[in-house]
Write a protein that binds this ligand. Structure first.
Ligand code: NAD
Ligand code: IPM
Ligand code: MN
Length: 361
C-alpha cells in the first residue's frame, strides 16, 4: 500500500513540526508495511511571497488529487496588513477547508499520564482527561457575509452567521457516531438563550438524538461550558459545537493537556481529509527548535486512523508519544524540573525511533 500525502508546511513553526510528523509517519510505514509518497506544496505567507497567492492553484490541485493532506500552520505578523483575501488565514486556510468540504473538525484533548503535572491546572483536575471537541468547520461566522460601510461618525460592519439544517445534521452525525464508539456521552454546546442559529442547532441535534438512543445527549450554554472545562473537564466525553465556539473551546481544552503544542486535529468531510495541529505558526518561537512537534505527529496518527483505517499504526504512534514522555523527554513548552529538555528535531527522532522499533529507545 502506498499513500500519497500532500504536505503543506506553511509559515513559522509549520515546517519544523510537519518535518517531524512526516518522519514519524514514514517510521510507522516501515514498521507496519506501507509506504508514503510525501509531496510538498506552498501555502500561507510563504506562498504569497513566492507566487502572489496564499493558496496557489497548484497547491489546491495537489490536495484534491492526494489521499490526505497534512498542514503545518499559516500566518504571521508580516502578512497581517495585506488585503484580507491575500492573508494566510482568510485567503488560504479557510478556502482550503471550504474547497475540501471538511466540515467536521475533531480535536482530541488527551492528558498523557506523564504530563498530568504539566498543565497549569491541578493534576487532580486534569489527570486521565480524554475528550474530543467536534467543531463545525465550514460554516458560521467564519464564512458569512462580511461588509463594512461608512456611516456618519464612523463605520458599520455586518458579519452574518448562517447555518442550515443540513450543515448541522452532518457534523452532528459525526459527533454521535464518535460518541457511540467512546463513552457514549455527547454535550452539544451553543448559545440558545441568545442566538437563533443556536436554537436551530439545538432542535436539529435533539431530533438526530432519536437515532442514537445509546448516546446520552445534553445541551450546554457556551459560557458555562468554558467554565466547566476548567472546573471539571472530565465530566465531558464528546463536545459538539459550531465553528467559532469550537475554535475558542479547543484552545482552552489544549491547555488542559499541558500545551497547545499537544493538540492534533482531523478535518473530515466526504472526500480528502485535512490533518493539522490545532496551534498556529507561533512566530514568537519560530526557527529556534523550540516548537513541540507532538500536535503535528499526533495529527499523523489521526490520518492513519481516519483516512487509512490503519488503527494499529495510529495506536503505535500514540503509544510512542506516551512512552517518550514517560522517559522524561520534554520540549520547552512542557518542560518541568528534573526532566530532559529536547529540541523539535530530537523529539521527532525519539518518537520515530520508538514507533519503528516498537520498544523503548
Ligand atoms: P499560536 O497557536 O501560533 O501561538 C500561541 C502560543 O502558543 C504562543 O506563545 C506559541 O509560542 C505557543 N505555541 C503554539 N504552538 C506551539 C508548539 N507547537 N510548541 C510550543 N509552543 C507553541 O497562536 P497565535 O500566536 O495567536 O497566532 C500566531 C499566528 O498563527 C497568527 O497569524 C494566527 O492567525 C496563526 N494561526 C494559524 C493557525 C493554523 O494555521 N491552523 C492556527 C492558529 C493560529
Ligand atoms: C485554528 C485557527 C484558525 C481558525 C485561524 C488561523 C483561521 O485558529 O485552526 O484553530 O480560527 O479556524
Ligand atoms: Mn484556533
Amino acid at each position: 500500500m502506498r499513500y500519497r500525502i500532500a504536505v503543506l508546511p506553511g509559515d513559522g513553526i509549520g515546517p519544523e513540526v510537519t518535518g517531524q510528523a512526516t518522519r514519524v509517519l514514514a517510521a510507522a510505514g516501515r514498521r507496519f508495511g506501507f509506504e508514503f509518497c510525501f509531496q510538498e506544496a506552498l501555502i500561507g505567507g510563504i506562498a504569497y511571497d513566492a507566487t502572489g497567492s496564499p493558496l496557489p492553484r497548484a497547491t489546491l490541485d495537489l490536495c484534491r488529487s492526494s489521499d490526505a493532506v497534512l498542514l503545518g500552520a499559516v500566518g504571521g505578523p508580516r502578512w497581517d496588513t495585506l488585503p484580507v483575501h491575500l492573508r494566510p488565514e482568510a485567503g488560504a486556510l479557510l478556502p482550503l477547508r471550504k474547497e475540501l468540504n471538511v466540515y467536521a473538525n475533531l480535536r482530541p484533548a488527551v492528558v498523557f499520564p506523564a504530563l498530568a503535572h504539566a498543565s497549569t491546572l491541578k493534576p487532580e483536575v486534569v489527570a486521565g482527561l480524554d475528550i474530543v471537541v467536534v467543531r463545525e468547520l465550514t460554516g458560521g461566522l467564519y464564512f458569512g457575509e462580511k461588509r463594512r460601510e461608512e456611516i456618519p461618525g464612523g463605520q458599520r460592519v455586518v458579519e452574518t452567521l448562517v447555518y442550515t439544517t443540513g450543515e448541522i445534521q452532518r457534523v452532528a452525525r459525526r459527533a454521535f457516531e464518535l460518541a457511540r464508539r467512546r463513552r457514549k456521552k455527547l454535550t452539544s454546546v451553543d448559545k440558545a438563550n441568545v442566538l437563533e442559529s443556536s436554537r436551530l442547532w439545538r432542535e436539529v441535534v435533539s431530533e438526530l438524538a432519536r437515532e442514537y438512543p445509546d448516546v446520552e445527549l445534553n445541551h450546554m450554554l457556551v459560557d458555562n461550558c468554558a467554565m466547566q472545562l476548567v472546573r471539571n473537564p472530565r465530566q465531558f466525553d464528546v463536545l459538539l459545537t459550531e465553528n467559532l465556539f469550537g475554535d475558542i473551546l479547543s484552545d482552552e481544552a489544549a491547555q488542559l493537556t499541558g500545551s497547545l503544542g499537544m493538540l492534533p486535529s482531523a478535518s473530515l468531510g466526504d472526500g480528502v481529509a485535512l490533518y493539522e495541529p490545532v496551534h498556529g505558526s507561533a512566530p514568537d518561537i519560530a526557527g529556534k527548535q523550540l516548537a513541540n512537534p507532538i500536535a503535528a505527529i499526533l495529527s499523523g496518527a489521526l490520518m492513519l486512523r481516519h483516512s487509512f483505517g490503519q488503527e494499529e499504526a495510529a495506536l503505535a504512534i500514540e503509544r510512542a508519544v506516551a512512552a517518550v514522555l514517560d522517559q522524561g523527554y520534554r520540549t520547552a513548552d512542557i518542560m518541568e524540573p528534573g526532566k530532559c529538555r529536547v529540541t523539535t528535531v530530537e523529539m521527532g527522532r525519539l518518537i520515530a525511533g520508538m514507533v519503528e522499533r516498537g520498544e523503548p529507545v
